[in-house]
Design a protein around this ligand. Structure first.
Ligand code: FAD
Length: 291
């Protein structure tokens, strides 16, 4: 029987895989989508709070995590549906291992949409800023008021005409991010209607929340950052009453032979970021590698 199965290929699962690889251990990583987890939501962000990486863009952290892993040990597009001792049932079949380590983070992440007619077939509405260079010279509408929306606005302000639309007068994210940047603000506005031609949104009509006045903003691209709809799946294993992920002991053990760490485990007082997740992974690795 295989030694380890890691369920979930976000940064914590990939880190775990890298350590097992460096110890020459027999493992398999199962990932529902593509490896990287939440990093795909902020690839261009400069991450400065993971001491092991110094100051790096999120996508570079992902590249580093993937570098030392044998790609044959990662199975992408493999959704895990149930976990029992030594057995993992997936969309691609059943896998067995002595130890199962769950790093499913926030689960399947679905971006929240604008909720307007025509959105589904529009090819120029994006929910993540993957290739900023492709938006050079374009008229870009950004919806949202969190840190990511502000990061995108700042990042694109040098190369695109940026309009930032938010439903409140205050941002949830840090407004200093866009201080001095060439960003047209529309506050407090919400998206009202899409003007669609073929598969392209040509303009978005926005509505002032206070006056109900409408404004049509022509655009080449629409970026939406309304957050995520997370679904933490706990596979029938012991989970917290507040639905914040798995219930674990001090060693991050869910049950005999099953561990969990990272964002799928909320530990009182821990901000769920990568650094605490890596630390939890180390604690598990220390235990399972010395067993
Ligand atoms: C916009 C944003 C900015 C952030 N900025 C920072 C930052 O600057 N610094 C920092 O440290 N942290 C940051 N974070 C938080 C950080 O990304 C998370 O703490 C980290 O991604 C958690 O890693 P994880 O591996 O536990 O989970 P995730 O990244 O959520 O990965 C979980 C993986 O498991 C997979 N999965 C889920 N369910 C299944 C299933 N049933 N079967 C198979 N696979 C499954 C998912 O597809 C996913 O790939 C940020 C998060 C966001 C959203």
């Amino acid at each position: 029987m295989r030694e380890f199965i890691i369920v979930g290929g976000g940064p914590i699962g990939l880190y775990m895989a890298g350590v097992l690889e460096s110890h020459g251990r027999d493992y398999l990583l199962l990932e529902a989508n593509r490896s990287g987890g939440q990093i795909h939501l902020y690839p261009e962000k400069l991450v400065t709070d993971v001491p092991a990486f110094g100051s790096l863009k999120a996508k570079e952290i992902l590249r580093k995590l993937l570098k030392d892993i044998d790609s044959a040990r990662i199975i992408e597009g493999c959704t895990v549906n149930s976990i029992r001792k030594n057995t993992v049932e997936t969309s691609l079949g059943t896998y067995g291992a002595k130890t199962i380590i769950i790093t499913t983070g926030r689960g399947h992440y679905e971006p929240r949409k604008l909720g307007l007619e025509g959105e589904e077939k529009a090819s120029n509405i994006l929910y993540a800023l993957l290739r900023p260079e492709e938006l050079r010279g374009k008229k870009v509408l950004i919806f949202g008021g969190g840190d990511s929306a502000l990061d995108w606005a700042k990042e694109l302000s040098d190369i695109s005409e940026v309009h930032l639309i938010h439903r409140r007068r205050e941002f949830r994210g840090n407004p200093k991010t866009i201080e001095g940047a060439r960003v047209n603000l529309h506050l407090p506005y919400i998206p009202y209607e899409l003007e669609v031609k073929g598969s392209l949104v040509k303009a978005v009509i926005i509505e002032n929340v206070e006056t109900k006045e409408h404004l049509s903003l022509p655009c080449d691209v629409v970026l939406v950052n309304f957050g995520a709809v997370p679904k933490i799946e706990t596979f029938g294993l012991p989970s917290r009453e507040d639905h914040l992920g798995f219930s674990v002991d001090d060693h991050f053990k869910v049950e005999e032979g099953i561990y969990a760490c990272g964002d799928c485990v909320q530990v009182e007082g821990y901000a769920k970021r990568m650094a605490p997740g890596f630390k939890e992974a180390d604690a598990i690795l220390q235990e399972v590698l010395s067993a």
